[in-house]
Design a protein around this ligand. Structure first.
Ligand code: BTN
Length: 264
C-alpha cells in the first residue's frame, strides 16, 4: 500500500496528519506506542505484515502479508482518560459503515470491538494507551481488517471471514483505509463534541449485532446468560439477566459471547 494513493482518496476534513507505510513491523500498535513522541496527533501507521500482531485479551493476531489492513491511528485527545475506551466503539461505527458503503455487505458490530459479517469476524479493534498515568497520554487505535484473505487456518475458519470471501472480489485496500478515515473524521468530532457516544448511539444501535440477542457474560464471579438490551452513551452494554434484573456490563471487565456460534 502506498501513502500517496491513500491520500488521494482522503476528504478535506480528515484528521490524518501523516501516513507511514511499513513493509514489516512487530505490531503497528507497538510501533506507535514506541514512537508516539515523534509522531503527531493523527499519525496513521500501516504494515503489509506484522510479525507479532496483537489481538485483545493477550491473544495474537494473524497478519499475513497483503491479505488485510493492519493499521494503527495515534490520537492525543483532550478528554478524561476514563472516556478513552469509547473510542473503540466510535471506530467500530466508522469501519462498519465503510464496509457497508463500499462493498454492500451487511457488516455489524459485535459489542464492543468486533465487526462481523454473516456471523463471522471481519475486523477486530484494539485500543491501547501510552503514558496512561500522565495528563499527556496518547491513544493508539489498532485495526485488523481481513480484506483479501482467501482462507484462514483451520482453528479459526469457522469464525473468521474476509471481504474477499464475502464478495468474491479482491479489493483495493488503500481505498478502504481512506474511506474509514473519512468517516472517522466526522464520528470522532461528534464524540469529542459530546465527550460521549450520545451523538452516535442511534447509528451504533442500528449497526449492533448484539442488541436483542442472548449473550453469555463472563465476569469476575463467573458466567451467566442474559439478553442484551441496549448500549448506553458511555458505551456500556445493558443486559437483562434471567431473573429480570438489569446489569451494566463494562467492556474491559467481561467477555460477552453470543450463545449461538461466534457472533453476536
Ligand atoms: C481483536 O482481538 O479483535 C483485536 C485485533 C486487533 C488487530 C490489529 S492489527 C493492527 C494493530 N496492531 C496490532 O498488533 N493489533 C492491531
Amino acid at each position: 500500500m502506498e501513502a500517496k494513493t491513500i491520500r488521494q482518496h482522503l476528504s478535506e476534513n480528515n484528521l490524518i496528519s501523516s501516513i507511514v507505510c511499513l513493509e514489516e513491523v512487530d505490531s503497528t500498535n507497538e510501533y506507535l506506542k514506541r514512537n508516539a513522541k515523534q509522531h503527531p496527533d493523527g499519525a496513521l501507521v500501516i504494515a503489509e505484515r506484522q510479525s507479532a500482531g496483537k489481538g485483545s485479551k493477550g491473544r495474537s493476531w494473524q497478519s499475513e502479508a497483503g491479505s488485510g489492513v493492519w493499521m494503527s491511528l495515534l490520537l492525543k485527545p483532550k478528554i478524561h482518560i476514563s472516556k478513552v475506551p469509547m473510542l473503540t466503539l466510535v471506530m467500530a461505527v466508522s469501519i462498519a459503515r465503510a464496509i457497508r458503503q463500499l462493498y454492500e455487505l451487511p457488516a455489524l458490530i459485535k459489542w464492543p470491538n468486533d465487526i462481523v459479517c454473516h456471523g463471522k469476524k471481519l475486523c477486530g479493534i484494539l485500543t491501547e494507551m501510552r503514558n496512561s498515568l500522565d495528563q499527556d497520554y496518547q491513544v493508539v487505535i489498532g485495526m485488523g481488517i481481513n480484506v483479501n484473505a482467501k482462507e484462514f487456518p483451520q482453528e479459526i475458519c469457522h469464525r473468521a471471514t474476509s471481504v474477499f470471501l464475502e464478495t468474491g472480489t479482491l479489493q483495493k485496500r488503500s481505498y478502504l483505509v481512506a474511506n474509514i478515515m473519512n468517516l472517522f473524521a466526522n464520528d470522532y468530532r461528534n464524540f469529542i463534541e459530546h465527550e460521549d457516544l450520545s451523538g452516535l448511539l442511534r447509528t451504533y444501535s442500528n449497526l449492533s449485532a448484539t442488541i436483542g440477542e442472548q449473550v453469555r457474560v463472563l465476569d469476575a464471579h463467573g458466567e451467566y446468560l442474559a439478553t442484551a438490551i441496549s448500549v448506553n452513551r458511555k458505551g456500556h452494554l445493558l443486559v437483562e439477566k434471567e431473573d429480570k434484573s438489569l446489569v451494566e456490563v463494562f467492556a474491559d471487565e467481561v467477555s460477552v459471547r453470543g450463545i449461538y456460534g461466534y457472533a453476536p
